[in-house]
Design a protein around this ligand. Structure first.
Ligand SMILES: NC(=O)c1ccc[n+]([C@@H]2O[C@H](COP(=O)([O-])OP(=O)(O)OC[C@H]3O[C@@H](n4cnc5c(N)ncnc54)[C@H](OP(=O)(O)O)[C@@H]3O)[C@@H](O)[C@H]2O)c1
Length: 316
């Protein structure tokens, strides 16, 4: 493993300077790493626009943030359900209406380990629909403003990209056959990560240096992820794991996405996350990614399949 360029402690939010005048749009801030990322960005003076599906939970999150940081913080919520393409389109339109710059879009929200196969209203397998297709459309719709702002797109993936089939099941994207919670979750996170590197290639080809795109993951963090969508058995397993040193607080899980959203001179071709035990915990930095996540033939085809499925066509 190469030396961490941020030293022994790895990257920490202490490196973030004053963010007054900057705007960050984050999906999924009602709990977990998204909440912590919002809190830290707000504490540095940034404006944060949350995109959440549940207005009551959003209000509660905003209240907690104001109680912690003060009423002066610049935080707002726009309702968006990533499981519904129409909702993503409506929310993106509202963002473009209300916000004049986006320094980074943090694609953080997700569901995981959904025990039985479910379809979204758009007939996508639920994890693929929420985690990948929802963010694919959101990124495309917000791209013009991110480009105008010379901003970033940050995708929160998972080490799950390296589990399951380790490729995209093009002949059965929605798991009509052989569904398992883990295989479908892993495919959705692999799809998200592959799309980052594919976007970089497309930007390069178009000679577009205005937008930077990064892939990261939170390692193994104590959040609500499994308790929201996992099976009883998964909840038990993760409940026990939470007691072990193989997990870290949600705050630490937010560091990789915060680093990708704010740190200067980061290599876009890298994969960012904890660099300690099994990359589950520990100092944050770059670490190796398996070649299947950058398989060009697969990522190109995935991009085309995603455009067709969502009906959103990028300009390059
Ligand atoms: N925790 C880990 O160890 C771990 C490991 C690998 C990867 N990750 C990744 O880390 C990211 C953050 O997850 P977390 O661990 O912080 O989990 P979390 O505490 O469950 O947070 C997930 C967030 O996503 C939101 N969300 C879920 N479905 C949504 C939808 N359809 N539309 C809009 N928002 C939706 C949730 O909102 P509600 O409150 O409405 O449910 C919540 O705010 C995810 O991308 C996850 O895949 C986490």
């Amino acid at each position: 493993m190469s030396k961490n360029k941020f030293g022994k402690q790895g990257w920490t939010p202490e490196r973030i300077k004053d963010l007054s005048g900057k705007t960050y749009v984050i999906t999924g801030t009602t709990s977990g790493t998204g909440f912590e990322a919002a809190r830290i960005l707000l504490s540095k003076g940034a404006k944060v626009v949350m995109l959440n599906r549940n207005p009551q939970k959003s209000e509660q999150a905003i209240k907690t943030l104001k109680d912690t940081l003060g009423n002066h913080i610049k935080v707002s919520n726009i309702k968006m359900d990533l499981a519904v393409q129409a909702s993503v389109r409506k929310a993106a339109a509202e963002v473009l209406e209300k916000v004049s710059q986006i320094d980074a879009l943090l694609c953080n929200a997700a569901i995981a380990q959904v025990p039985t196969r479910k379809l979204t209203v758009d007939h996508f397998e639920s994890q693929l629909g929420v985690n990948h297709y929802g963010h694919f459309t959101l990124q495309g719709l917000l791209f013009p403003l991110i480009e105008k702002s010379k901003g970033r797109i940050v995708t929160v993936g998972s080490l799950g990209y390296n589990m399951g089939l380790k490729t995209i099941k093009f002949d059965d994207m929605n798991w009509d056959h052989d569904y398992t919670a883990n295989d479908a979750y892993s495919q959705s996170k692999l799809a998200q990560i592959m799309s980052v590197y594919e976007l970089q290639d497309r930007l390069n080809k178009a000679g577009n240096n205005n937008v930077k795109a990064y892939a990261c993951h939170p390692g193994s963090s104590r959040t609500s992820l499994i308790s929201t969508s996992g099976s009883f058995m998964m909840k038990m397993i993760f409940g026990l794991m939470k007691l072990s040193p193989l997990t870290q607080p949600a705050e630490n899980g937010a560091y990789p996405q915060l680093m990708c959203a704010t740190e200067k001179d980061l290599d876009q071709s890298a994969f960012y996350g904890p660099t300690g035990r099994s990359n589950w915990v520990g100092p944050v930095g770059a670490h190796p990614i398996e070649p299947h996540a950058k398989d060009k033939a697969v990522s190109k085809r995935l991009w085309e399949v995603s455009e067709k499925a969502t009906g959103f066509k990028w300009n390059f």
